[in-house]
Every structure is written in structure tokens, then in C-alpha cells.
Write a protein that binds this ligand. Structure first.
Ligand code: PMP
Length: 405
């Protein structure tokens, strides 16, 4: 066996190896249907509680129609980067609508949310500058910092004392990017934006929020975390994705005109990657319109969220500080997390197991994601199955809670 193959074999995540050995491997499950609150897997109908389609728009007739019309008019792909031959009038229209929606000067559409973070974070600051990130920020933020020449500093999760301690040590004349998730993607808590704004002003920082999970979920008409706190003018950059509430694929950043103009010519993940296909741009455009015109979807999402959190708390599940449609159920043991995932799956419920490195090693969890299209009956069903799984497999309730590091 080659050295590489040997190394790879040895380096497979031990929890994944173990899951395979026990017949509990829970990843890459093949879905053979459209994705709404129910999906078809291996010929069985399964309730979907692992989707990021918070507003349930991936099957909205207007979104589907927009995608079909775009294919008819523009074809299936752009065959090039935005920078060269890959900019359609549709992309520009989408950018104009995004800028207006987020009350910023301008927007730039990337091929994914991941690439939006990579491109934005890596190109703004230089060698003598600093990027401060929350320790629980998304992987694409971390990878963005790795592509930057700036020094990277982590602060404790949503801990403003920790952020201030770090900021207070930095030179006045350096750029200090503070990059945070709006809603944290595994824990479901909301960033302490008002406090970050105060600190950023005090120490001359620049705020970048990743609103992947907040668009369509928080703020006026779903305009995200800054809007939720009424701080649109204080946040410098909002990065987002079309792959969650916006029912498509792609990503974006909105900011002031100068920054966007700069990024158009410096963000490598934009310049050296093909633009999103016409159908993706058109479906994101249509979804954005629906978010504005059907506010009842966001209301239903929150009714489902509040109902689920209430039921889980009443049943003594350890769900941490979540305050959003992302509801983690802490199991705190990899094998048990896989066991519960499989048991739920066998009972007809799809949830995502999350283990280290996506979360700290003692924080493995089941990640329940709510959609506006779920019914209370479906939620009741999941909770009943969770209670059953906890009885059979046995994992920590609130009374045995371990402190999250
Ligand atoms: N940021 C966060 C917080 C995310 O959760 C994700 C996707 N999981 C991304 C960025 C990347 O978005 P995309 O799927 O569009 O690449």
C-alpha cells in the first residue's frame, strides 16, 4: 500500500471507523425524492428534521417556475467566472435586490456561502492586521482566515470579556476584523451583536457577520441578525448563502460600494471560480421575493421553534442555549449519538448527528432543524421517538448536564 493510502487509512476519524464497525454509519444517506418535511430513503418515508430549508421554499411553485424559465432562457450553466464571461443580467439583478434587502450599498454573488467567506475574509486585511473569530465560528470562516496573511485570534464563544481582552492588546493602526456567525450553526444561539458593536467602536474594529442561518429567520422580513438588533448601519459586511432559506445554491456578501468594488477584483474564490447557474440565480431571486411577500412563513417557523424548545425543555432534554430553529440535543458521547440517530431513523425520523471536530469533543449532539412547513404533529412524533431513544440508549438529561466549554 502506498504511504499516502496507509496514512489515510490510519487517519480516518476514529468515531467514523467505530460507527462503521457497529453498523451505525449515519452519513451520505441517499434521498430519492424532493426535500420537504418528508423524504424517501431506501423506499421508506422519513420525516426530515435535518434540512436547512427553514422556510420550506425548495418546493415552492414560484421558485421552481423561476428556475425552469431561467433554464429555458439562459441554458444550464455560465461556463465561466463572474469576472469574465460568467456574469448574467440575472446575477446583477440578484445583487441589486440583495443590497436593497439588507440596506447596504452593494452586493457580490459568489458560487457558495463557503466561497463567500473564503473570498471576503482572505482579501480584506494584510500582514500587520488581525482577524478575531469566535471559537465556534463556521468552518468556512476559519478556512477564510487561513487564506489570509493576517494574524488570527480566537475569543471564547459569545464572551465579550474575552473579545475585549484580545482587542485591547492590538495596535491602534491595524485593521481588526471581527468575524462572527449571526446564529451559531450547531448551537443555535444568537451572537451578542450590540455588545460587539460597542467594542468594535471602542477599539476601531470592522464587523463581518455570517448570516447563513439568520436570513429568512431573524430580523424585519427575515433580513438577518443586524436587522434583528436594529444595527444595520453598524455591521460592515453581511455574508450569506442561498442554500438555506433561499432555496438554492450560492452565496453573497453585502457591504459599502468601495469594499464591494475592491472585492470584485481581489476575492480569489470569486474570480477563479465559475458563477452560479441561471436556475440557481433565478430561484434565489424568487425565494427572496417570497420571503418578503409571505411573512406568515417566518411566523410559522418561530411558532414551530418555540413549540419544539418548550416540549424538549419540559421533557428535560439538554438543548443548551439555543434560541433559534437550530435545536441541538446534547448526547455528549459519539457512539450514543450515532445509536440515537440510527434508532430515530429506523423509527422514521432523519436528524443529523454532530461530533468533533464540528463541535468540541464532549459536546456531540443531534442537530434538529425546524422548517416553517413542519406540523405540530410531526414535531410531537419526533419528541415521542426521542424520549423512547433516551430510555433505551440512556443519555444525559439536564440534571446530569456537563458544562459546555
Ligand atoms: N456559513 C455557515 C454558518 C454555514 O452553516 C454554512 C453551511 N453549512 C456556510 C457558511 C456555507 O454555505 P454554503 O452551503 O452556501 O457553502
Amino acid at each position: 500500500m502506498s504511504i499516502l493510502r496507509q496514512r489515510l487509512e490510519n487517519n480516518i476519524h476514529p468515531a467514523v471507523k467505530q460507527a462503521r464497525e457497529y453498523g451505525l454509519y449515519p452519513y451520505f444517506r441517499e434521498i430519492a425524492s424532493n426535500q420537504d418535511t418528508e423524504v424517501s430513503i431506501n423506499g421508506n418515508r422519513v420525516l426530515m428534521f435535518g434540512s436547512n430549508s427553514y422556510l420550506g421554499l425548495t418546493n415552492h411553485p414560484k421558485v421552481k417556475e423561476a428556475a425552469k424559465l431561467a433554464i429555458d432562457k439562459y441554458g444550464t450553466g455560465c461556463a465561466g467566472s463572474r469576472f469574465l464571461n460568467g456574469t448574467l443580467d440575472l446575477h446583477v439583478q440578484l445583487e441589486n435586490n440583495l443590497a436593497e434587502f439588507f440596506k447596504k450599498d452593494a452586493a457580490l454573488v459568489f458560487s457558495t456561502g463557503f466561497q463567500s467567506n473564503l473570498g471576503t475574509i482572505s482579501c480584506l486585511s494584510g500582514r500587520n492586521d488581525y482577524i478575531l473569530i469566535d471559537e465556534l465560528d463556521h468552518a468556512s470562516i476559519i478556512d477564510g482566515t487561513r487564506l489570509s496573511f493576517s494574524k488570527v485570534i480566537k475569543f471564547k464563544h459569545n464572551d465579550m470579556k474575552s473579545l475585549e481582552k484580545q482587542l485591547s492588546r492590538l495596535p491602534d493602526d491595524a485593521i481588526k476584523l471581527i468575524v462572527v456567525d449571526g446564529i451559531f450553526s450547531m448551537e443555535g444561539d444568537i451572537v451578542k451583536l450590540p455588545e460587539i458593536v460597542t467594542l468594535s467602536k471602542k477599539y476601531g474594529g470592522t464587523i463581518i457577520i455570517d448570516d447563513a442561518h439568520s436570513v429568512g429567520v431573524l430580523g424585519q422580513q427575515g433580513a438577518g441578525t443586524a436587522s434583528h438588533f436594529g444595527l444595520e448601519n453598524e455591521v460592515d459586511f453581511i455574508v450569506g448563502t442561498f442554500s438555506k432559506s433561499l432555496a438554492s445554491l450560492g452565496g453573497f456578501v453585502v457591504a459599502d460600494q468601495t469594499s464591494i468594488e475592491y472585492m470584485k477584483h481581489q476575492a480569489r474564490s470569486l474570480i477563479f471560480s465559475a458563477s452560479i447557474p441561471p436556475a440557481s440565480a433565478a430561484s434565489a431571486l424568487a425565494a427572496l421575493e417570497i420571503i418578503k411577500s409571505e411573512p406568515e412563513r417566518m411566523e410559522k417557523l418561530w411558532s414551530n421553534t418555540n413549540y419544539t424548545i418548550k416540549c424538549l425543555k419540559e421533557n428535560d432534554f439538554d438543548i443548551g442555549p439555543t434560541e433559534s430553529p437550530i435545536v441541538p440535543i446534547y448526547v455528549r458521547d459519539n457512539t450514543k449519538t450515532f445509536q440515537v440517530t440510527q434508532m430515530l431513523f429506523n423509527e422514521g425520523v432523519f436528524v443529523n448527528p454532530v461530533i468533533s471536530p464540528a463541535v468540541p469533543s464532549n459536546s456531540s449532539l443531534l442537530r434538529l432543524s425546524l422548517m416553517s412547513t413542519h406540523s405540530h404533529d410531526q414535531i410531537d412524533f419526533v419528541i415521542e421517538k426521542l424520549i423512547k431513544a433516551r430510555k433505551m440508549i440512556g443519555f444525559a438529561g439536564l440534571e446530569e448536564q456537563v458544562e459546555i466549554p
